[in-house]
Design a protein around this ligand. Structure first.
Ligand code: ZN
Length: 158
C-alpha cells in the first residue's frame, strides 16, 4: 500500500466526471487499498478516486468510530434516497473548512466490491451523508457548491 497525494480545491481534476471501472483487476484493488490507506492517514471518513487524481468511479468510506469497517464502492449508483438531514460537512480536498449541507437522511447505493460482486449499501445519517458526498466527487462536484451559508474555518479536534 502507498499513500497518495490528496488534491485540493482548485485542482481541475476535482471538477471532472470520472469514468466507470471496466474490470475489477489487481490494479483496481491496489488503487482501492491505497485510497483506504490515504483516507485513514488523513483521518477522513471517505475518499473518492478523483481526489487523488484518478478519474475512475471508485470511492472508499469508513464512518465507524474505530475505523475498522471499510466500504469500497466501484461504479456506485444511488438507487433510492429519502428524508433529509442538514448538518456540517467537510472534505479532505478542502482542508480546515466546514459548511452546512442538506442531504437525504437515508440512501441505498448499488456498486461492485473488490470481489466484483454486486453489493447494496444502505446508509442513514452520517453514512448517507458520506455516500452522497463521495458519489458527488465522481461527478466532479465538491460539497462547497452545495453549502448553505458560509464555509467556516475549523480547527482539528485532536
Ligand atoms: Zn470530499
Amino acid at each position: 500500500m502507498a499513500l497518495r497525494k490528496i488534491r485540493t480545491l482548485g485542482d481541475p481534476v476535482l471538477e471532472k466526471v470520472a469514468k466507470p471501472v471496466t474490470e475489477v483487476n489487481e490494479k483496481i484493488k491496489e488503487l482501492a487499498y491505497d485510497m483506504l490507506d490515504t483516507m485513514y492517514t488523513a483521518n477522513g471518513v471517505g475518499l473518492a478516486a478523483p481526489q487523488i487524481g484518478v478519474l475512475k468511479r471508485i470511492a472508499v468510506i469508513d464512518v465507524s468510530p474505530e475505523g475498522n469497517r471499510p466500504i469500497v464502492l466501484i461504479n456506485p449508483v444511488i438507487v433510492s434516497a429519502s428524508g433529509s438531514q442538514t448538518g456540517d460537512e467537510g472534505c479532505l480536498s478542502v482542508p480546515g473548512k466546514a459548511g452546512c449541507v442538506t442531504r437525504p437522511n437515508e440512501v441505498t447505493v448499488r456498486a461492485l466490491n473488490l470481489k466484483n460482486q454486486e453489493i447494496e449499501v444502505k446508509g442513514t445519517e452520517l453514512l448517507a451523508r458520506a455516500l452522497c458526498h463521495e458519489l458527488d466527487h465522481l461527478d466532479g462536484i465538491v460539497y462547497v457548491e452545495k453549502v448553505e451559508g458560509e464555509l467556516r474555518d475549523v480547527t482539528l479536534e485532536d
